[in-house]
Ligand binder design. Sequence first.
Ligand code: GAR
Length: 188
Amino acid sequence: MKNIVIFASGNGSNAQNIAEFFATRQDARIAKIFCNKKNAYVFERAKNLGIPSRLITKEEFDSDAFVRELRETPADLIVLAGFLWLVPARLVQAFPGRIVNIHPALLPKFGGKGMYGDNVHQAVIAAGETQSGITIHLIDEHYDKGRTLFQARCSVEPQDTPETLAQKVHALEYRHFPEEIANYLQTL
Ligand code: GAR
């Protein structure tokens, strides 16, 4: 049984979806959820799912003690599910090829600092794109730059708003993210 650790920053609907997917499986479980935002709804979800969760501060996020904590868990895979901080080099180097992110657009377009949640969907619509989607990728020390593992697409219609596009993208996330995590875990 492998351990997945989730980092989230807000609502946590992907975190919950991933946890529910693995709840009935023997290959992996969600060992812990870390969140950098006090009062984020993901804490409520973690409690309901019976998964330990904890707030992390910026200082401890980039510390050897945090690397030790993750190694002791042990974290076989770290999954960023709506997590908005850049992961420090210390962590990337401690878990090479073991940190996966989901981005709500088709990278390399619409990535980088500040590109999260509805900002991304707004930018996609403003650019007149006819397609958007999701990118599941390994992370390195730069925002949204690591190796792509998987992409899925949806159409962007002229009448789409950031809200309706977000719904389409979320649907792709819920459908594919847990499965792709399971596939990637098998290669480790
Ligand atoms: C998701 O759409 C995820 O792709 C996005 O934040 C949302 C979190 O929703 N992530 C990013 O924008 C990262 N740059 P959730 O908290 O309900 O899972």
